[in-house]
Design a binder for this molecule. Structure first.
Ligand SMILES: *Cc1c(COP(=O)(O)O)cnc(C)c1O
Length: 387
């Protein structure tokens, strides 16, 4: 009997999501309408603060809208960690702004405030913290640096639902804009989708206009208000970034299930900490006591001892995959990616922590549909590969 391959990630969608999609379709709204409006309200209520929530068809779209609304453009610079997905920063290039990549902290693997401080130039306009793996960045010093230097802050919270910092949910901190992702492998999903949150209603207004072609009202308003249904005004060359009601229907159910998802992710992370403790691995940083880590990713690194015995990340990952375990690497750092490396002439020596982490790191499967037995298999296979 051969054991089936354990996928690296699987979305957790079931009958409730399917019913919600069916209902949304039966209503006749296939695009952005009442369900999306309700999803935005649910999301703002979930964060429990006086926030504008704006649904978009990806986090990438949300990050683009955020930088656009902040007026970031040619000649400006944004600072972000090299250890992220390219989506965090590609949006700056859409606007012809430049990207300054920085190193991370060796323990948390989140953007180092000291590195940010030394990367500031007269052209710097914004910093983009990434809550890597679901652990909050050290936001207090980052926000202090931003305040001092007059910079805007856009949080990439694609991994951070739900994550807390200083007892507050990411999304309610003192940054300008925060963007969440509902991509298929994230802590909740709509297949493709994202949510922007901001307290600034002027920014919210601009992002809503730019979300849909630069039209001054969204489709729901157009067809539902007492104004003539055919009239609208284009105030800018906007984008097509609105989320559909079918996606929002999935999102509303997923959001209601988020506390249960978190509980399962936490339990799995806790079991990994226990079961991997004696292996030659650097285990990920947990959140400080009393804070929430979203556990989107469980990233481990080979120790010096493991490397001293001739183990390599590439070899270990290949052996795990051959052993039937889905493994990934988050991420090939941007300073090693041809586009970013060549555009800015980046070298590994400029990112010693990120580069060292990259050469040791791999990500273990961690998702709500995994059973304890699945997880035991991951650990046993890893034990065999490492010893
Ligand atoms: C997934 C992800 C994104 C992009 O999210 P999409 O919804 O797929 O656009 C951005 N940043 C990080 C760190 C991510 O992991």
């Amino acid at each position: 009997m051969t054991t089936p391959f354990l996928p690296f990630a699987l979305p957790d969608v079931g009958d409730e999501e399917m019913r919600a999609v069916t209902n949304a379709m039966a209503s006749g709204w296939m695009t952005t309408g009442p369900v999306t409006r309700q999803f935005e309200q649910d999301f703002a209520t979930y964060l429990g603060d006086d926030l504008n929530a704006i649904a978009v068809n990806s986090a990438t779209a949300g990050l683009h809208l955020a930088l656009e609304a902040l007026g970031i453009g040619a000649g400006d610079e944004v600072i972000a960690p090299s250890l992220t997905f390219t989506a965090t920063v590609e949006v700056a290039r859409y606007l012809n702004a430049d990207v300054v990549l920085v190193d991370v902290d060796p323990v948390t693997l989140t953007m180092s405030p000291e590195a940010v401080r030394s990367a500031i130039t007269p052209r710097t306009k914004a910093i983009m913290p990434v809550h890597y793996a679901g652990l909050a960045c050290d936001m207090a010093p980052l926000l202090a640096i931003a305040r001092e230097a007059g910079l805007r802050v856009v949080e990439d919270a694609a991994h951070a639902l739900p994550t807390t910092y200083d007892g507050r949910l990411v999304g309610t901190l003192d940054s300008d804009v925060t963007v969440f992702s509902f991509y298929a492998n994230k802590t909740m999903t709509t297949g493709e989708g994202g949510m922007i949150v901001t307290r600034d209603s002027e920014l919210a207004k601009r992002m809503k206009v730019m979300r849909l072609h630069g039209i001054d009202r969204d489709a729901f308003d157009r067809f539902s208000s007492s104004k003539p249904s055919w009239y609208y005004e284009i105030v800018a060359p906007g984008f097509k970034y609105n989320l559909t009601d079918t996606a929002s229907a999935i999102g509303r159910v997923q959001l209601s299930r988020l506390p249960g998802f978190l509980e399962r992710r936490r339990a799995l992370a806790g079991r990994y900490f226990d079961l991997l403790a004696d292996l030659p691995l650097i285990l990920p940083a947990d959140a400080p006591r009393g804070e929430t880590h979203a556990w989107h990713l469980y990233v481990v690194r080979l120790t010096d001892a493991a490397i001293g015995r001739g183990l390599t990340r590439d070899g270990v990952v290949a052996d795990l995959i051959a052993g039937g375990i889905g493994i990934s690497v988050h991420y090939v750092p941007l300073h090693r990616q041809p586009y970013w490396r060549d555009r800015y002439g980046l070298t590994s020596a400029e990112f010693p922590v990120t580069d060292d982490a990259y050469q040791r790191m791999f990500t273990l499967p961690l998702y709500t549909r995994m059973t304890d037995a699945d997880q035991d298999r991951v650990v046993e296979t890893l034990r065999t590969v490492l010893t």
